[in-house]
Structures are given as C-alpha cells and as structure tokens.
Design a protein around this ligand. Structure first.
Ligand SMILES: C[S@@+](CC[C@H](N)C(=O)[O-])C[C@H]1O[C@@H](n2cnc3c(N)ncnc32)[C@H](O)[C@@H]1O
Length: 206
C-alpha cells in the first residue's frame, strides 16, 4: 500500500516523462491531497468503520499511463474522493465517478475544481437499474456494496457507454463487479480491478 514519508508525500512515483513535469507535479499534488482528505475523514470517524479505503495511487497511475494513448470513456465505480477519475481526466480520458456517499461526492467535486479537472461525479449506486446479484451457488450477498438509486441517469450515460471501468473492491466482491460488467458493460469494455495486495488487474489483455 502507500508508502508515505513523514512529510506526507508519496514515496514511490512513476518517472516523469520528458516534457510532462507540470502535469506530473499536478498529479502528485492531487494524490497527496486525496490521501490527506482520506486521513481527515478517517480521523473524523473516530474508529467507526467505513468501506472507503484509498487505492495505491502511484500504481494506478503507472497502469493509466499504459492505456493513456487509447483514450475513451473512463468510469470509477465507488469513486470516494475521486482521485482516480480526476487522474484519468487529466491524462486525457473522458472520466466520471459514481459514489454512494454524498459527502464523498462533494469532496470529489471540490478536488476536481481545484485541479482543473472536468471529471464528473454522480451520487448513487453503480449497480444499474434492474441488476440483481446471485453467485453460482445462489448467494445474493454483496459484501460492502451498498444499495441505492442508480446514479447513471445523473451522468446521462449507461454503464455500457464506458470503455474503461475501474473499481477497488473488498475481497469477495470482485465477482459482483465482474457480473455487473457481464450483464451491463459494453462487450469490448475493459474492467480494471485494484487488488488488496496492490496492483491493478486488467480483465483482458491490453
Ligand atoms: C474501497 S473504496 C474505493 C475508493 C476509490 N475508488 C479508490 O480506488 O481509491 C469503495 C467505495 O465504494 C463506495 N460504494 C459502495 N457501494 C457502492 C455502490 N453500490 N455504488 C457506488 N459506490 C459504492 C464506498 O462508499 C467507497 O467509497
């Protein structure tokens, strides 16, 4: 997970490509501010549990750099403070995020404004209307995936309108996300899953 130095900065960071110092500086500040917001939220919870845990931003950036040239529409499922969607926007994707917790959507919109990002965020569920999960054994439990009104109408896009769909599921929830994509994703869309041991898994070869 994140290596953060005592001064609050990220330890590991991809090498800055020639001529992209300004963009990379901005991305780094964005990630550090995102982590500071997470720490503030954690502190305010005073030990109460919440399902939001930030990704390894440096690792995600490395993977976004691999697919950056392909462009397209990018969706962050469960976008929390929106750092990943904002990174994707700043790297040239048309990016959106869906988050069930309204206070996190406000944080994400504030971050997007401060970093000059056009990423859009909608409040509600990333589970499309009419979607019901059942595992191969008929288990309908979805772990920490919450139930709420679908957020797609606010975005004015369907899940099937996105080329890249990113999520950071808790262990055991990966199958729910794969099933949502099978049922409602575009046939050629790529699901990017952030694992709990760090690293991003692409659902098909890139
Ligand atoms: C592990 S956090 C991921 C944070 C962020 N995407 C990242 O990678 O750093 C999962 C987020 O999903 C949100 N969430 C849970 N169920 C949801 C649902 N049905 N629709 C939208 N967001 C949901 C939680 O509130 C939480 O902020």
């Amino acid at each position: 997970m994140h290596e953060i130095r005592s001064d609050g900065r990220l330890e590991e960071w991809p090498a800055t490509p020639a001529g992209e110092g300004v963009l990379f500086g901005r991305l780094r500040e964005l990630c550090e501010e995102g982590l500071a917001i997470s720490a503030r939220i954690d502190g305010a919870r005073k030990g109460r549990w919440h399902s939001f845990m930030p990704a390894d931003y440096d690792t995600v950036l490395e993977d976004l750099l691999q697919i950056r040239g392909r462009g397209g529409r990018f969706l962050e499922l469960g976008s929390a403070t929106g750092v990943i969607a904002i990174m994707a926007d700043l790297l040239g994707f048309e990016a959106c995020g869906i988050e069930i917790a309204p206070e996190l959507v406000s944080e994400a919109r504030g971050l997007a404004r401060r970093y000059g990002s056009r990423a859009r965020f909608a409040t509600g569920s990333f589970l499309p209307a009419g979607y019901h999960y059942a595992s191969e054994t008929g288990d309908t439990r979805m772990g920490t995936v919450g139930i709420s009104e679908p957020a797609y109408p606010e975005l004015r896009y369907e899940l099937a309108d996105f080329d890249w769909v990113y999520a950071f599921p808790w262990p055991g929830e990966t199958e729910v996300l794969r099933d949502v994509m099978r049922c409602h994703g575009a046939p050629g869309a790529q699901l990017l899953l952030h694992g709990y041991n760090g690293g991003l898994e692409f659902d098909r070869p890139i």
